[in-house]
Design a protein around this ligand. Structure first.
Ligand code: CTP
Length: 397
């Protein structure tokens, strides 16, 4: 049963081209058992009709603050009290500004002012508008006040630009909404994760690293925190913001990552090694920048880094130790060997040679290998996959 069953979801729709996706979002939320009521701004009605939203939600659509008949049926205060959660999708830059200043100039902004429920927004706008200082300052205020910000995603936009600003897909927004009501399968548990690449210094300006984006590890940390776990994320350098409700420790090298993990692993029930840890580091990091020489070749002598996850498994203190095997060939064979050799409870194998999944992408297809066998999970975003993996891990412990 979904955690959205019998929940009252007030869906606010503001005026952006992504409003057409809100129709699909109503269907998703309804399929998950939510009772959906829609409030549309005037601009939203230029993009999609209230009739469509009414037909899909099975409830009258609310559009006016000062409509006597509508207020008599269910006014802004009743709507605010009715909602278990308010989701504004799409949420325009203009509406973000309205929320930030606390304006109550139309039905939706007034409902938001009157509501005590969770408020979530799924921003959608042109990438330049998203990046504008004013929008970012407004967002920072909203985040400060506890508003949940879901997305935006990056990609090609209706205006032809490419960048951040696309509304998340309806299925992703529905997953985020479900997570808000999850009862917390990991409540009372401590989860430590590593994510991202490590950087192994050659000299003060150069390093050896890899293409890991950190997306899978961050998605897992978010899902673990949403499942109620005390979550510690130890991350190499990435471009990602730390997820909410997660203790975040930034490191650079494998040795730093190892020290950070070992200092925090006590009393953890779960360790997830999602970092792409460099296996070797230069024997010496030159004190000054290395200069080019006359020679056509150069070699850097490397020495082995500690195997962090094997070290955690070795302590025998953590109930569930989960590793990743990112491979370009012989995927399952290598992954099975890693589970045995590093004494892991579970290995998540993913093929990083395929375009569209793995290292830098937003999606992932994986095979989960544990003592009970092997299960393939495909076609999910990294966050949806993370949520499934967290459920599996919760069952294990
Ligand atoms: N790992 C780790 N510390 C290391 C190397 C790897 O904790 N020094 C962890 C990774 O976080 C991952 C798992 O071990 O969970 C497998 O990592 P991978 O790089 O695929 O394995 P390696 O042991 O490095 O083997 P190889 O590079 O030969 O594939």
């Amino acid at each position: 049963m979904s955690s959205l069953t019998n929940k009252n979801v007030l869906l606010g729709v503001t005026g952006g081209i992504a409003a057409y996706k809100s129709a699909e979002l109503i269907r998703r939320l309804s399929e998950l058992g939510a009772d959906v009521r829609v409030v549309m701004t005037r601009a939203a009605q230029e993009f999609i009709t209230p009739l469509t939203m009414q037909a899909l939600s099975g409830n009258p659509v609310h559009t006016d603050l000062l409509d006597v008949a509508a207020e008599a049926a269910m006014g802004h205060i009743q709507l605010a009290r009715w909602a278990d959660i308010i989701i504004i999708a799409p949420c325009t830059a203009d509406f973000i500004a309205k929320l930030a200043t606390g304006e109550g100039s139309d039905l939706l902004s007034t409902v938001c002012l009157a509501a005590k429920s969770d408020l979530a927004i799924a921003p959608a706008m042109n990438q330049a508008m998203w990046g504008h200082q004013a929008t970012q300052a407004n967002l920072a205020q909203l985040i400060d006040r506890g508003v949940k910000v879901w997305g935006p995603a990056s990609g090609e936009q209706a205006c032809g630009d490419v960048g951040l600003g696309r509304m998340l897909e309806p299925s992703e927004i529905a997953s985020c909404a479900e997570a808000c009501f999850d009862s917390g399968v990991l409540a009372g548990k401590k989860v430590v994760l590593t994510a991202g690449p490590t950087r192994e210094a050659i000299d003060p300006v150069r390093y050896i690293s890899n293409h890991s984006s950190g997306k899978m590890g961050y998605a897992l940390a978010r899902a673990a925190a949403e499942a109620g776990a005390q979550t510690i994320l130890i991350s190499g350098p990435t471009n990602l913001p730390p997820p909410a409700d997660v203790e975040f420790i930034a490191v650079e090298s494998a040795e730093q990552m190892n020290a950070a993990v070992m200092a925090r692993i006590e009393n953890a029930q779960v360790f997830i090694g999602a970092a792409a840890v460099a296996d070797y580091r230069p024997v010496q990091c030159a004190a000054a920048k290395l200069k080019k020489t006359a020679s056509e070749t150069m070699s850097i002598e490397l020495t082995k880094n500690p195997d962090i996850i094997a070290g955690v498994a070795e302590t025998n203190q953590v109930a569930c130790v989960i590793g990743f095997a990112a491979e370009t060939d012989n995927l399952l064979e290598y992954a099975r060997a890693k589970r045995v050799n590093k004494k892991l409870d579970m290995v998540i194998a993913n093929d990083v040679s395929q375009p569209g999944i793995g290292f830098n992408s937003d999606n992932n297809n994986v095979t989960v290998i544990d003592a009970n066998g092997e299960t393939e999970i495909a076609g999910l975003s990294k966050y949806q996959l993370a949520k499934q993996l967290i459920q599996l891990i919760a069952q294990k412990i």
